[in-house]
Design a protein around this ligand. Sequence first.
Ligand SMILES: Nc1ncnc2c1ncn2[C@@H]1O[C@H](COP(=O)(O)OP(=O)(O)OP(=O)(O)O)[C@@H](O)[C@H]1O
Length: 264
Amino acid sequence: MFGRGTTDNEVDGAEALRLESVRKVYGSDDNPVAALNGVSLSLPAGSFTAVMGPSGSGKSTLLQCAAGLESPTEGQVFVDGTPMTGGSETKLTKFRRSRIGFIFQHFNLLPTLTVLQNVTLPLRLAGKKIDRRAAVDVLGRVGLGNRLDHLPSQLSGGQQQRVAIARALVTQPRVVFADEPTGALDTKSARDVLGLLQESVRLYGQTLVMVTHDPVAASYAGSVLFLADGQMVGHLANPTAAQVAERMTHLAEEVERRRVREGV
Ligand SMILES: Nc1ncnc2c1ncn2[C@@H]1O[C@H](COP(=O)(O)OP(=O)(O)OP(=O)(O)O)[C@@H](O)[C@H]1O
């Protein structure tokens, strides 16, 4: 099983996320597409893991299944030891709201809510007490303590993504999933955002799983998992950007060779 996403900050070796033989098939019976084909992994609490792979390899599907936004066709997902499958949709939504944070490529902030209102929204949705101080504190941590009453449209892309990070962290989730969190940002803002994500792991023991296409972004993680054609095909600990880029080049060539061989 792949996935020792090790960092210095692993919290008591506890397992935060586990996938057991997860398969996800889209499409119809006559034309099925296996986006994930038997993925198993185990990530300790306090780890920062990047997920990489060629386009269409199943990265986003992996994140969606792990975060409970999609149900696997087969297999099991456990967050903090609790199975994400088998319960009712209402129970799953409640569980997701309290234990999981999600950061999207295009921020997904609500345009009519202020920065502070966007960050307190997950608490509201989870039916938790609105702890304004906690929200202000987390916004301070991402460097936006002086932007509480701004609307998203009054912020730069990098600042909007920092609001989204604060929103993901405010419920103190067990795992935060980030799908291409720097994909829409310039280099400097991307570096700031990655530094913040790394800090949330190093200083606050957050568990983080990030899909990215960018070897530099992946190098901020403690380990990288490589996917190809819906399967886990490799693992790199303490990666440098150059190592990741080299592995990705080989992976793309292997996938291409196999597709030609199989006439796909
Ligand atoms: N809702 C869907 N319906 C049908 N097929 C889908 C759906 N979502 C994903 N797929 C297919 O599943 C496979 C994996 O897609 P996925 O988006 O997970 O890959 P990815 O690695 O994230 O790709 P990219 O890097 O291009 O975003 C692809 O073949 C894709 O076309």
